[in-house]
Design a protein around this ligand. Structure first.
Ligand code: HCA
Ligand code: CU
Length: 376
């Protein structure tokens, strides 16, 4: 299937608040909301106003902000909860119900028929208020597929704007996500949102699989923060979609991604992961001689994303034992120095010899190059 739509429901201010070390102040929340709005996400999802008095006040503050993104809040699927949400002036509500046997037995104790009855009433009421609504089956991938189909068909018939598939425990595989999403796609005409946890390291792959099978909206958080080890990181799904369908990310302000990651990293006190696509400190560093040679000739040889699109710069590393003479010539060129080929080869041997003992700092390498140029 060709992916034709991709909208972002960023949940840093809901799922992200459920990350162990997270505690956002009102100012933090406003800064995150402003940053996400400037980046261009379509939706900002916030914690339920029923969570605490400050949560309700913060939700109202974000609703009152000048913004283009639509503000959603995430509440239980009850008439009381959605009434509180609507009262805060949100553009939409994201409601959920636990439909797996685990959650039916250990959380709310309701049957599927009772869930459907409540969900249909809630969808009808929210729509009557002119507010949009998404209904999600929590723990979708441990829910009986026939029951899942029955619930979605009922809420779709009641006029829901989106149905949500949630891999709450991070158990789904990409093939399973493709299969279940395709079944839901065939059963409903409304939009489909997908929410993926990363317990088994498949969140981004699963989100992409969902898009490929007809999902339209992906839940993200900045850095991927969320319950346990989190969900789909914003920068990662952008990278994934961009390599396949660049037009679908063309309207986002991609140069703001790294700043968003840094902001949330300092708020929650965890570093930007080294392996974060796009924003990781080494995401555009090239080291081994074979790599640097090819990248210097054409960056596309080892880069599927252009760092310039994200306001980032490519690094060609040259002061280490894996270096090659192309990398050293490149660095020399940046310093305005030129060497003949023999001298470059000698220098490469010397750099490798020194780097075998310990890493060479970039200033030290530059000194070596300058000293070598002086005696040439
Ligand atoms: C939660 C559960 C949730 C909801 C996702 C959704 C999940 O912490 O409330 O509403 O689609 O992972 O199932 O985050
Ligand atoms: Cu979640």
């Amino acid at each position: 299937m060709t992916i034709t739509r991709f909208e972002i429901v960023d949940s840093t201010l809901r799922e992200g608040e459920q990350f162990g070390p997270a505690h956002f102040t009102t100012d933090d929340k406003l800064s995150i909301a402003r940053g996400l709005d400037a980046f261009g996400v379509e939706f900002i999802e916030m914690t339920s106003p029923l969570a605490s008095p400050q949560s309700a006040a913060d939700l109202r503050a974000v609703v009152a902000m000048p913004r283009r993104a639509r503000v959603l809040t995430h509440v239980r699927c009850t008439l009381d909860d959605v009434a509180r949400a609507v009262d805060c002036g949100v553009d939409g509500v994201n409601v959920l119900f636990g439909t797996s046997a685990w959650l039916q037995n250990h959380s709310h104790g309701r049957s599927i028929d009772a869930i459907i009855e409540e969900a249909v009433a809630v969808v009808g009421w929210v729509r009557s208020q002119g507010v949009e609504i998404r209904f999600s089956c929590e723990d979708s991938f441990r829910t009986d597929p026939a029951e899942l189909g029955r619930v979605y068909a009922a809420v779709a018939a009641a006029g829901v704007d989106r149905v949500g598939l949630a891999d709450t425990v991070g158990i789904a595989t990409p093939n399973q996500v493709a299969e279940v999403t395709a079944q839901v796609r065939a059963a409903v005409t409304c939009d489909i949102e997908f929410h993926a946890h990363d317990d088994a390291g498949c969140a981004v792959a699963n989100a992409f699989s969902a898009l490929d099978a007809g999902a339209t909206h992906i839940d993200t958080t900045i850095l991927g923060i969320g319950e346990r080890n989190g969900i789909v990181p914003l920068s990662a799904i952008i990278a994934r979609v961009m390599t396949i369908a660049p037009d679908l990310v063309a309207n986002y302000h991609l140069e703001l991604l790294a700043g968003l990651d840094e902001m949330v990293s300092s708020m929650v006190g965890v570093p930007v992961p080294f392996n974060a696509p796009i924003t990781g400190a080494h995401a555009f560093s090239h080291k081994a001689g074979m790599h640097t040679k090819a990248v210097l000739s054409d960056p596309g040889s080892y880069e599927i994303l252009d760092p310039a699109h994200f306001g980032r710069t490519r690094q060609i590393m040259s002061g280490h034992r894996l270096t090659g003479w192309n990398a050293l010539r490149h660095r020399a060129g940046e310093l305005g120095l030129r060497f003949d080929e023999d001298r470059l080869r000698e220098l490469t041997i010397e750099v490798k010899r020194r780097a075998d003992v310990r890493p060479i700092e970039s200033a030290e390498l530059d000194d070596m190059l300058r000293a070598s140029a002086a005696i040439q």
